[in-house]
Design a binder for this molecule. Structure first.
Ligand code: MLT
Length: 408
């Protein structure tokens, strides 16, 4: 008899964004004339940069020739892309990352979800609350948790509340934890962590032989120089942190699929007998076994993100999204909402009106304004009472959405 992985039945709800998609489709079907403005899932709306599409077109033409055909590529990614990443993302910030510590992949969602596989099942997972659901759900699937309760919290996971009191950056846990998921600039709150705040976490991880899984998918949205873009800007982080990056939001690759993960060579985890094992070697083994690399055409497009014209074009798009964020913060504040985030991240975290929970606010917004957002409760118990709006959309649509919300 075939047995099922019963951990899947512990999952409390469907994955958040398809669930929202389902509700939006049902609303659209019932209201065919409604012009819906989507500020829910953080999906890009601006076209790919010309530098990127030019590079991809050229790569397609190469692939149409005998000499230029690229079959299976290196699983870890082509050297031209890994070297461009080092030269442009890390060297200018004086961060030591070697090209062979970079693993190119089809995105940060997959990598943050898959990385837990290389860690023992008895490790204690710590997540912020609210949190990007992938970190939690993949650990539930793996069997690293107990049952979930009605608020969506699972036994054996340590939840670290992120609230207005701590500026959405968690305190160190009071019980020992091993796998610490941090995401800054944060999804969903749009908050950022300072160097001093991250240093506390790095020191904690060093002291407790823990590991930090640092999701930096939104680093390109940081404005100014005071906020760290990489966990490796923090002294000691190479010993304890894995960093995830993505071209999805940075360069509009949500539909193209490309990201990368940095696993420093000095990173270790331990066997039950206390033997240190290099994580780079284990992740490489896992990556090569289960993944055949990102297509040459996509990696050529990603390389062009780092060309001078690519950089200029991409920055223009990021500026457009961030001016949406400014517009939303300003309009909602004027309307009397309390808003957070949106200064160094493409997400605005809004307090729902008193007495209106986050799913009720979702219903209110879609029904009365035909605007879609994401209920804070979908990101965890501490997200209740909040609502996330994404800045990824056309500025005219964002303006229209703010006008409509003002009339509710
Ligand atoms: C989000 O809206 O939180 C993200 O777009 C989802 C993702 O990147 O997987």
């Amino acid at each position: 008899m075939i047995f099922v992985n019963e951990n899947f039945s512990k999952l409390k709800a469907g994955y958040l964004f398809p669930e929202i998609g389902r509700r939006v489709n049902a609303f659209a079907k019932a209201n065919p004339d409604a012009s819906i403005i989507k500020l829910g899932i953080g999906d890009v709306t601006e076209p790919l940069a010309p530098a990127v599409t030019d590079a991809m077109h050229k790569a397609v033409d190469e692939m149409a020739t005998h000499q230029g055909l690229h079959g299976y590529g290196p699983e870890q990614g082509y050297a031209f892309l890994r070297e461009a990443i080092v030269e442009n993302d890390y060297k200018p910030r004086n961060i030591q990352v070697d090209a062979d510590e970079i693993f190119v992949s089809d995105g940060a969602k997959c990598d943050t979800g898959n990385m837990q596989e290389i860690f023992g099942i008895d490790n204690v997972v710590a997540v912020t609350d609210p949190v990007y659901p992938v970190y939690v759900d993949t650990n539930v699937m793996a069997g690293r948790t107990g049952e979930g309760d009605d608020s969506g919290r699972y036994e054996k996971i340590v939840y670290m509340p992120c609230t207005t009191e701590n500026n959405f950056v968690p305190e160190l846990p009071s019980e020992p934890v091993d796998m610490i998921y941090l995401c800054y600039p944060n999804n969903p709150t749009g908050a950022v962590a300072t160097k001093a705040q991250l240093k506390k976490w790095v020191d904690y991880a060093v002291e407790n032989k823990a590991i930090i899984l640092f999701d930096a998918a939104y680093e390109a949205f940081i404005r100014g120089d005071s906020i760290p873009h990489s966990i490796y800007e923090i002294e000691g982080a190479r010993q304890v942190a894995i960093e995830f990056r993505s071209f999805s939001k940075t360069a509009g690759f949500t539909g193209v699929r490309c990201g990368f993960t940095v696993v420093p060579k000095e990173l270790v985890a331990y066997t039950k007998r206390g033997l240190a094992v290099e994580l780079h070697r284990i992740w490489s083994r896992r990556h090569c076994t289960k993944f055949n690399g990102v297509s040459y055409i996509t990696q050529k497009g990603a390389e062009a993100v780092y060309s001078p014209e690519g950089k200029r074009q991409i920055q223009k798009t990021i500026d457009l999204y961030m001016s949406n964020a400014d517009m939303m913060r300003e309009a909602l504040t004027q309307q009397g909402y309390v808003v957070y985030g949106g200064e160094h991240a493409p997400y605005i975290w809004v307090h729902t009106p008193k007495g209106v929970d986050s799913w009720a606010f979702f219903d209110l917004l879609i029904n009365k304004a035909n605007v879609v957002g994401t209920p804070g409760a979908g990101f965890g118990a501490a997200g209740e009472g909040y609502f996330r709006l994404s800045a990824f959309n056309d500025p005219d649509k964002v303006k229209e959405a703010m006008d409509r919300i003002s009339k509710i």
